[in-house]
Ligand binder design. Structure first.
Ligand code: HH2
Length: 277
């Protein structure tokens, strides 16, 4: 059964670290580094050893201005990696995709959770799949599509619009038969947001708590961090990422999606030790 692993995880009274396993040639922070099955498995092994509570496997970069990857190519990238991880590691796995067929095969190969950056909007078969399998879903806010989202993002009421979107998507998921405790919400850092929007979202993340679902945040190595730190490249943004993690956790985030699991895990562990002393 898949749901119990997830409920056990979410029952834990501490923020969780989700380690990123990008099986892509072109991801903005780590493209091409874990492209082979062996490299991805070794990376997954390292992330688990570093303290990852769950891993997120993705086969399509959704960085700004990126183009969609054909279904067969995405399957070819992620399915063997999920099978390999599942054979060796006892860690909960999410599949980062908006394509229902990728999610379906990933669940069959051993993933338990669907991380859909389109929040069940891009593929009409995704919600029925989640409902039928009982797989928990991560529903993320995005304005536009990866191809056009960073062209000129504008909001009349940033937090109000994101909240209304997440509420509508949560209600849609419930109406489709997805269980209330199988829904995680994510404001979508960097997905149709200016640098300043990302700061506001982090500072006011608690606005979304009364939607009643755990919150996931993915600030890791994103462009706003480089921007505010004098133009640092992605590999040098891990210290800055921790500031975003700190604020997100302070404001109620339950899951932190990061590249550098060792850093986030160490940071969160000591934070908890200090706060409970
Ligand atoms: N960010 C990215 C991808 N998937 N999923 C959720 N739920 N939230 C996020 O913030 C999020 C996500 C982008 O980061 P990354 O996977 O490192 O880059 P790329 O899309 O270039 O592969």
């Amino acid at each position: 059964m898949t749901a119990p692993i997830w409920s056990q995880l979410l029952a834990l009274n501490r923020p969780l670290v989700m380690g990123i396993v990008n099986v892509t040639p072109d991801s903005f922070a780590d493209g091409g580094r874990h492209l082979s099955r062996e490299a991805a498995l070794a990376h997954a092994r390292n992330l688990v050893a570093a303290g990852a509570d769950l891993l997120d496997v993705g086969g399509e970069s959704t960085r700004p201005f990126s183009e969609p990857v054909p279904l067969e190519e995405e399957l070819r990238r992620v399915i063997p990696v999920i099978e390999a991880i599942r054979t060796e590691l006892d860690v909960p796995l999410s599949i980062d995709t908006y394509k229902a067929e990728v999610a379906r095969q990933a669940l069959k190969a051993g993933a338990q959770i669907i991380n859909d950056i389109s929040a069940l909007r891009f593929d009409p078969d995704m919600a029925p799949l989640a409902a039928a399998t009982g797989a928990p879903v991560i529903l993320m806010h995005m304005k536009g599509t990866p191809r056009d989202m960073q062209a000129d993002p504008r909001y009349d009421d940033l937090l109000g619009e994101i909240k209304a979107f997440l509420k509508e998507r949560r209600d849609f998921a419930l109406a489709q038969g997805i269980a209330p405790d199988a829904i995680v919400l994510d404001p979508g850092i960097g997905f149709g947001k200016t640098f300043a929007h990302n700061l506001q979202i982090l500072n006011h993340l608690d606005t979304f708590l009364d939607l009643g679902c755990p919150l996931l945040v993915g600030p890791s190595r994103k462009a706003f961090i480089g921007h505010y730190l004098g133009g640092l490249p992605p590999d040098d943004r891990d210290y800055g990422t921790l500031a975003a993690v700190a604020v997100a956790v302070h404001k109620g985030a339950k899951i932190l999606r990061v590249h550098n699991v060792a850093a986030a895990s160490q940071f969160l562990t000591l934070l908890r030790i200090i706060q409970t002393a």
